[in-house]
Design a protein around this ligand. Structure first.
Ligand SMILES: Nc1ncnc2c1ncn2[C@@H]1O[C@H](COP(=O)(O)OP(=O)(O)OP(=O)(O)O)[C@@H](O)[C@H]1O
Ligand SMILES: O=P(O)(O)OC[C@H]1O[C@H](OP(=O)(O)OP(=O)(O)O)[C@H](O)[C@@H]1O
Ligand SMILES: [Mg+2]
Length: 285
């Protein structure tokens, strides 16, 4: 039986979360030190550890079948690949930034200026769209240093917390795009590999869904069940179990964690008590 070849970043920003995701999907990974190709025993998968920057080309060639890669890099490299799932980690943006002393916020500041970046294609497309003519200096890293050493008047680079910009006396002026890790696939997969990918995706979706959801249990007087149920932003309808205490019930359901914080006060006002929120490991719907 053939195996699906998946590329994962060898080391860097994507590595830990990529491996955690695969492990959460029940995939046993036993890496030897410096082993760059690992065959998985309990799923038809072969893992290749590669440089993030090389991955888009490998997917387009069909050298690898699928990969976990930063979406911003796929946009930059303009390869013929398909994104099959957003993975919710390594969230960042590609932004323009200027020395903090520059007071101008408008994109027209960059007209006739020099911009250092590792993402020249993304930057050029953005400048063209905004009718800006600038000189692009492509460098492969430590982009934030460029204005300080007189190499550029501004930069275009990845921003996440903003701390690298801040420490280098820069400030973000325009967000060009937002990115996160994605699962991308080759356009040349055989039907057999598509089938393995479907199985992998099924697991990934169950893991991601569970990450954003919580199991909620709360106690409520019977006459208030309807009012409380109406407020709960639940998946289907809640499970209602009678408590040993006469006139009370326990409501169980699954909710989106973010929505829970929005309705907590309303739930209490409507009569909910003893609210428990419990993590969910996997969620198949
Ligand atoms: N500070 C950050 N916060 C969140 N995500 C980031 C951050 N920096 C980079 N990323 C995302 O992680 C991906 C990998 O970044 P990383 O810096 O680890 O590798 P790289 O320098 O692009 O490549 P290589 O593996 O080829 O050395 C980027 O393409 C981007 O999508
Ligand atoms: O907004 P922040 O949270 O500070 O993150 C942004 C920084 O993170 C990335 O660099 P990284 O640390 O990956 O180093 P690299 O340039 O060697 O890839 C990116 O190139 C920025 O420099
Ligand atoms: Mg980096």
């Amino acid at each position: 039986m053939s195996k699906l070849k998946i590329a994962v970043q060898k080391s860097g920003r994507l590595y830990d979360d990529s491996l955690k995701l695969l492990k959460d999907c029940g995939i046993d990974i036993n890496n030897g030190k410096d082993q760059l190709k690992v065959s998985v025993e309990n799923f038809p998968l072969e893992i290749l550890y590669l440089r993030n920057s090389d991955i888009p080309q490998y997917i387009e060639d069909g050298t690898v079948d699928v990969a976990i890669v930063g979406d911003n890099l796929l946009i930059e490299k303009q390869k013929q690949v398909a994104v099959v799932a957003k993975l919710g980690f390594s969230k960042c943006r590609v932004s323009l930034a200027v020395p903090k002393e520059v007071t101008e916020d408008s994109i027209s500041y960059f007209n006739g200026k020099r911009i250092a970046t590792s993402y020249p294609v993304t930057l050029q497309a953005y400048l063209d769209k905004n009718n800006i003519t600038a000189e692009i200096h492509t460098i492969s890293g430590s982009v934030e240093i460029a204005p300080n050493i007189g190499l550029a008047d501004g930069i275009c680079d990845i921003v996440s917390s903003g701390s690298t910009l801040f420490k280098n006396g820069l400030r973000e002026t325009q967000v060009i795009l937002k990115s996160e890790a994605v699962l991308a696939k080759s356009l040349q997969l055989t039907p057999e590999k598509e089938e393995i990918l479907e199985k992998l995706l099924f697991r990934i979706k169950a893991v991601l869904r569970a990450k954003n959801s919580k199991y909620i249990l709360l106690n409520v007087p019977n006459e208030k069940i309807e009012a409380v149920s109406k407020i709960l932003p639940v998946l289907k309808s809640p499970t209602i179990l009678p408590l040993a205490l006469e006139g009370w019930s326990s409501l169980h359901s699954v909710i989106d964690e973010k929505k829970f914080w929005e309705v907590i006060d309303e739930l209490k006002r409507a009569g909910a008590e003893d609210i428990l929120i419990v993590p969910i490991d996997k969620m198949v719907i």
